[in-house]
Design a protein around this ligand. Structure first.
Ligand code: ATP
Ligand code: MG
Length: 214
C-alpha cells in the first residue's frame, strides 16, 4: 500500500503529467490504483475521463476532493492498493493536508526554472509536515529537462539542490519530450505510446517510486 503525492508551489512543472504516467505504470504492472485529484483545475480527472473514452485502455479510477483531504486520502488508502494524489501548483490546504496522508511526495521542478528559494520553502514545509506524519519522505524530481546533453541545466540544478535536510533528489530525470504532451491529451501514459526514451524514463521512475512494493 502506498500514497504517492505530486505537489509543489509552482505551476506547470509536470505534476499531473507524472501522476498520470505513474498511474498507467501501476495498472500496466497489474496493480490497483486510484488517482485522487485535489486540484480544482481538474486536469487529472479530465485525463481519466478522456482515458475512459478509449475502451482498449485499462481503466484508471479517479476521484476529486478539495479542501482538507487527509481523511478522504486515508480512507481511500484502506480501499485501494495505491493512491496517487495530484495537488495543484501552489501552497494550498489541499497540498498541506495531502502531505499528512502521503508516504512519499515528489516535487517536480523544471531544471530551467530552478529556484533555490522555492526549494528552501518546500524543504521547510516537508519538515513541518514530518512533525505530524513521520513516514513522509519527499524528493524533488527534475522535469522537462532539455534532451540536448550540451545544455547542462539538469546537471546544474542537481548541483544546486545540494543537501536539503527534508528533501532528497530523485535519481530519474524526466526530459522535455512531445510525447508527454500528446499522451496526456489522449488519456494515455507514455507507456502506451511509441517513444522508447520516454518509456525508459517512466519505467525508471516507477521502479524508483515502487521498488519493493510491486
Ligand atoms: N516532460 C515533458 N515534456 C514535454 N511536455 C511536458 C512534460 N511534462 C509536462 N509537459 C507539458 O507541460 C505542461 C504542464 O504540465 P503539467 O500539467 O503536468 O504540469 P502541472 O505541474 O500539473 O501544472 P499545474 O501546476 O497547472 O497543475 C502540459 O502542457 C504538459 O503536457
Ligand atoms: Mg496539474
Amino acid at each position: 500500500m502506498s500514497v504517492v503525492l505530486f505537489g509543489g508551489e509552482k505551476g506547470g512543472t509536470g505534476k499531473t503529467t507524472l501522476a498520470t504516467n505513474l498511474a498507467v505504470y501501476l495498472v500496466r504492472h497489474g496493480a490497483e490504483v486510484l488517482v485522487l485529484d485535489t486540484d480544482k483545475q481538474g486536469s487529472a480527472s479530465g485525463w481519466a475521463a478522456a482515458r475512459s473514452q478509449t475502451p482498449e485502455l485499462a481503466k484508471v479510477q479517479s476521484v476529486s476532493k478539495f479542501g482538507d483531504v487527509v481523511d478522504s486520502a486515508r480512507d481511500l488508502a484502506d480501499k485501494y492498493q495505491h493512491i496517487i494524489i495530484d495537488a495543484g501548483g501552489r501552497d494550498s490546504r489541499e497540498l498541506r493536508s495531502a502531505m499528512l496522508a502521503a508516504d512519499v511526495m515528489y516535487v517536480p521542478i523544471k531544471a530551467s526554472q530552478f529556484d533555490l528559494w522555492t526549494m528552501e520553502r518546500m524543504n521547510e514545509l516537508v519538515g513541518q509536515s514530518q512533525g505530524f506524519n513521520r513516514k513522509l519522505k519527499a524528493f524533488a524530481i527534475l522535469s522537462m529537462a532539455p534532451t540536448n546533453p550540451r545544455i547542462g541545466e539538469a546537471e546544474e540544478a542537481k548541483g544546486m539542490l545540494g543537501d536539503f535536510e527534508h528533501l532528497g533528489l530523485a535519481s530519474t530525470i524526466i526530459r522535455e519530450r512531445k510525447v508527454y504532451r500528446d499522451a496526456v491529451t489522449q488519456g494515455r501514459g507514455v507507456l502506451e505510446c511509441e517513444n522508447e526514451k520516454a518509456v525508459d524514463e517512466i519505467e525508471s521512475l516507477g521502479k524508483e517510486v515502487f521498488n519493493g512494493i510491486i
